[in-house]
Design a protein. Sequence first.
Lengths: 196, 102
Amino acid sequence: MEIPYTADIRPDTGLTNGKLGVWLFLASEVMLFAALFSSYILLRVGSTEWPHGFQELNVPMAAFNTVVLITSSVTMVMAWASLKMNNFSKFRMHLGITILLALVFLVVKYFEYEHHLAVGEGPWHSTFLAIYFTMTGLHGLHILGGIVVNGYLWGPGAKMWQTQPVRFTNRIEIAGLYWHFVDLVWIFLFPMLYLL
Amino acid sequence: MDAHASDDISKHVKTYFMVFGALMALTIITVGVSYLHLPVHQAIIVALFIATIKGSLVALFFMHLNHERKMIYWVLMLTAVFFVVLMLVPIATNLNKIVQRY
């Protein structure tokens, strides 16, 4: 069965079904991360001492990763804008850069994790590191999910541009909504874990 | 795609790059402020204030929430209410400790 309203606007909501669906999904994602933010506050306030993030973690690496993610958000929105301007090759370039930047983020994160684990500082080491690994781990999984979806849309999924360009452009828009959300979560995680 | 729509998008593109510049500047400020080693309560307020501005820029411009349909605002308002409740639970239950410490 064909999914209705993927290219045309549904009259009663004023939206395509995909867009409303992704926003509902993001609302549930907000609550998922909110549960962890809430746990962070509870753990921090309940503990007798709490380290400064900058003493435990590598701030320059995380600041670099912040720049990487913000840049990837711009290239993601540029990928969508390129399709809106009918420029498929620019779309491919921008989405390709987005995927590469996401991979750079994960490689940097790998080095951070590797450094902690090498000195025996896993999530079992302290409450601070437990919540650090949980939150950044869940965020990292979201980055991985974004790479898979964007990778599909860059590769085999891009064939849709030939047959249903409006629907494909909408797909890129909603994949972008997810990607910007992942960026937004990091914008809060970075100061919370590394700087305070 | 007609020429008018294309023009509209190029205006958007300019905005995207301006937002990008603002986000970079705010990231530098966030990291810079952390080196001032402010008292924890001040540091938390400053860091969350800057993060909120950055988050709003991403949501308003990249996620197009500056011109979106009503239905999405309703969904997000409901989410925001539950988000605030979830944040207030640990804060309210530990208010004494928070006041003492910070």
